[in-house]
Design a protein around this ligand. Structure first.
Ligand SMILES: [Fe+2]
Length: 420
């Protein structure tokens, strides 16, 4: 009798485990909060209201005693002012269907602690994902990427996997300097990128690229959004940026590094006062954080020492504006992209500029200026080589060692940024 009873209990438990899955949640990500030793932003989309977040320390056995958080829920769709519904038989959704954009700002977390989290609605739950808060360590590593586009390519998740394995230790943070998809209004593209198990292994921080401004460039849709409206519903970044670009410009501390993400706006860079206001915000951030970090890393999609021909407004307008700002701030490393050409600068006023070209498949032939301006240590023609890149950055008390790898594991570039 007792045996039968235990059998029924086991069956019930098995059923409850089986039931607790298959919750249709998309874009479940963990972004660092301003102080990533205790603050983390979680974000997801759900097509039903009432989903909650469960968070537990990874060392706990189950979610039974997890902390539970009700998210801020925004009912949202991408207004038809910007995109129109795709043809009825199209598989492509353009965020026209309203959904619940859910955000939780976790605070009061333990420093240096690994957590697991999942989204639950009734008996259903999402997959379990992970993040680790900053411990205050002086020696640690993070990984960096740029330009995952085009969506659905087979290289992006492979290069992330490769770089994580080459890092050879738990990597708490991955960053990307923008253009993660081709058209930000293409919902399937974001699903391809983020609804992948690998994005459940680390905190993810990004600066938006111009393609995060792209709607859908056909006659029926406007080509560009006035702000990265989709990006802002996908990522829950610290809201400490330029007032007119909250969430798409921001800063955070992870251990001894201050990261600043800049919003470099849409394509074909114009001269605009927004960048002057953003530069002033940047100056104030760096001034106010003085003494709280060892290294300053900037993520800006459009590298100011990049191509002269691709988006020529960058060299023309952005370089004179930002170069003195970065020099004065003592920026150690600028992670950039946009050009789809690999270029790594010499130290320019104490700052190294690394444009890995692509962590996907989109490539261009470098222009002559990059080869001949005397500002670059290494320029590679990715169009000729077909290479796809990612970097491991080892942070230590003496400096930061940057190693860039290609998909087959070959070390492409290695340089040391000495602690100032
Ligand atoms: Fe771009």
């Amino acid at each position: 009798m007792a045996k039968k009873f235990l059998g029924i209990i086991a069956l019930l438990l098995a059923c409850s485990v089986a039931l607790c899955q298959n919750l249709a949640v998309h874009f479940l990500v963990a972004d660092p909060g301003e102080d990533a030793s205790r603050e983390i932003g979680i974000n997801w989309h759900c097509n039903r209201p009432g989903s909650i977040l469960e968070v537990r320390e990874a060392s706990d056995q189950s979610f039974e005693n997890a902390q539970r958080y009700c998210p801020a829920e925004e009912v949202w769709n991408l207004s038809q002012e910007f995109v129109t519904r795709a043809e009825p038989d199209s598989v492509e959704s353009l965020f026209c269907d309203s959904r619940y954009v859910c955000s939780v700002n976790l605070s009061g977390l333990k420093a240096g602690c690994s957590y697991q989290y999942r989204v639950v609605l009734g008996n259903e739950c999402s997959e379990v994902r992970n993040f680790t808060t900053a411990s205050g360590a002086k020696e640690w590593k993070f990984v960096a990427f740029t330009d995952f586009q085009p969506a659905h390519n087979v290289k992006t998740h492979a290069i992330i996997e490769k770089v994580l394995s080459l890092a050879g230790a738990d990597v708490p943070l991955a960053v990307c300097s923008g253009d993660m998809i081709d058209y930000s209004s293409a919902e399937q593209s974001w699903k391809w990128l983020l609804d992948n198990e690998i994005f459940g292994r680390f905190l993810f921080a990004s600066s938006p690229g111009d393609h995060e401004y792209w709607a859908k460039g056909t006659e029926r849709h406007i080509p560009q959004l006035p702000k990265p409206l989709v990006y802002n519903r996908i990522f829950n970044n610290p809201k400490n940026g330029l007032e007119e670009r909250l969430n798409s410009s921001f800063f955070f501390h992870y251990n001894n590094v201050l990261f600043v993400a800049l919003d470099m706006a849409d394509s074909n860079t114009p001269r605009t006062s927004m960048f002057e206001r953003e530069a002033e915000w940047f100056r104030q951030v760096v001034e106010s954080r003085k003494g709280t970090y060892d290294y300053l890393v900037v993520m800006e999609h459009k590298g100011i020492f990049g191509s002269y021909t691709n988006d020529s407004g960058v060299a023309k307008y952005m370089r004179p504006l930002w170069a003195p700002v970065f020099r004065k701030a003592g920026v150690d490393l600028v992670l950039c992209g946009h050009d789809h050409m690999f270029s790594r600068s010499v130290s320019i006023g104490g700052t190294y500029y690394l444009d890995m070209g692509t962590s996907g498949k989109k490539v261009r032939t470098p222009d002559e200026g990059l080869y001949n301006d005397g500002l670059h240590e290494l320029v590679l023609d990715l169009k000729a080589s077909g290479q796809c890149m990612g970097a491991v950055i080892d942070v230590g008390p003496q400096g930061m060692q940057v190693r860039v790898y290609e998909l087959d594991g070959t070390l492409i570039d290695s340089f040391i940024i000495v602690h100032k």
